[in-house]
Design a protein around this ligand. Structure first.
Ligand SMILES: NC(=O)c1ccc[n+]([C@@H]2O[C@H](COP(=O)([O-])OP(=O)(O)OC[C@H]3O[C@@H](n4cnc5c(N)ncnc54)[C@H](O)[C@@H]3O)[C@@H](O)[C@H]2O)c1
Length: 331
């Protein structure tokens, strides 16, 4: 079957989705909507599709099978609920929403409508990440005993849209936006829900009311600990995940590669020639639509990530550890 697709939000990540759609035969992009009419017009023109300023108007007129939601975080819920209500399958960008309560509203709307919704946790589609997961599951280096995840980016670059620095619109700063990638990676690679969270968050950024960095200690339900260190202050960019096993180590640099320890040194691991992550993400959604199976990044899974992000802020405010096992959504 072929699917008519619309994009809601014509910002930075929208073009990545539109480019990826060009590599998936079943997908036919037809229109995009952005409240900024000039932006919508320019992007739509470059991909030969129609432009709208009101996404509801677009969905009503275009009757798409799939809507890709690439809006600021505070609008994820309203757009996902609206699209589900109109019978559209949804690819919803991460994080699923800005609170667990909003995730629950999305889950209810989607389950009630019978459509499929995949949350864009792209980490699951990078070849080096997939290889790292295989390495863990194979037991080749023994048992996984801990994960160290470190990420530095210049988060306060002038080109970043203002809403990213407004807690009401973004849900939080770097730990919501990029932290959700790290939490997802740790949750997925560790193979078990996060059970405990302790954090210390830093609010020293030059813009807005969101945090600019923080340290997070996590432990999953299997007792595997992980540390996330993230900063958005000026510095040297870094994005590394260190996996420590009983019989060796691995270094994962998402977007670059995977290395494993051999005789005291890191050696590169050969990777398969998979399709680009955004293409694989579409294939996952299509499989889910056509088979009825939940996608890898299901709503229930993605809600867990939002729950951990919320716990990060709560732990910092209370200066105490947060235990998550009691609050998990059933089923
Ligand atoms: N998966 C990834 O690797 C990845 C990478 C970047 C961004 N993202 C996610 O994608 C989403 C969008 O991020 P971005 O960097 O593209 O942001 P952006 O600010 O560049 O784009 C958002 C767009 O939405 C538009 N918009 C705002 N309100 C609207 C409304 N009511 N109706 C229609 N359009 C509206 C804005 O004008 C803007 O063009 C976020 O959830 C972000 O976390 C994911």
């Amino acid at each position: 079957m072929n699917y008519r697709v619309v994009v809601i939000g014509g910002g930075a990540i929208a073009s990545r989705h539109l480019e990826a759609m060009g590599q998936v035969r079943q997908l036919e992009p037809v229109a995009l909507a952005d409240i900024d009419g000039e932006k919508a017009g320019q992007l739509a023109q470059s991909f030969g599709i129609r432009a709208y300023t009101d996404y509801r108007d677009m969905v009503k007129k275009e009757r798409p099978h799939i809507a890709i939601v690439t809006l600021p975080h505070f609008l994820h819920k309203e757009a996902a609920v609206y699209c589900a209500g109109e019978g559209c399958h949804v690819l919803l960008e991460k994080p699923m929403a800005i609170s667990v309560g909003e995730c629950d509203e999305i889950i209810e709307a989607v389950r009630g409508s019978g459509v499929k919704l995949l949350v864009g946790h792209t980490q699951h589609y990078f070849p080096e990440n997939v290889k790292a997961k295989e390495l863990i599951d194979s037991g080749e280096l023994g048992r996984l005993v801990m994960i160290n995840d470190i990420r530095h980016v210049h988060y306060y670059q002038p080109s970043r849209p203002a809403w990213f620095f407004d807690k009401a619109k973004a849900g939080g700063g770097i730990l919501t936006n990029l932290g959700s990638h790290s939490i997802d990676k740790i949750r997925w690679l560790g193979g078990s829900p996060i059970a405990r969270v302790r954090s210390s968050v830093s609010y020293c950024g030059s813009r807005g009311d969101v945090e600019g960095g923080g340290l997070i200690f996590l432990e999953n339900a299997e007792g595997i600990p992980a540390v996330i260190s993230q900063s958005g202050y000026a510095g040297v960019p870094r994005n590394e995940t260190e996996l420590v096993f009983t019989g060796g180590m691995a270094k994962l640099v998402t977007g670059q590669g995977l290395w494993i320890s051999q005789d005291g040194e890191f050696v590169p691991v050969a990777l398969g020639r998979e399709e680009p992550p955004f293409v694989l993400q579409f294939r996952d959604l299509i499989t889910s639509i056509e088979t009825g199976k939940e996608p890898g990044c299901s709503m229930t899974y993605s809600r867990e990530i939002v729950e951990v992000v919320e716990a990060v802020y709560r732990s910092h405010e209370r200066r105490s550890e947060i235990f998550l096992s009691q609050t998990r959504e059933p089923g």
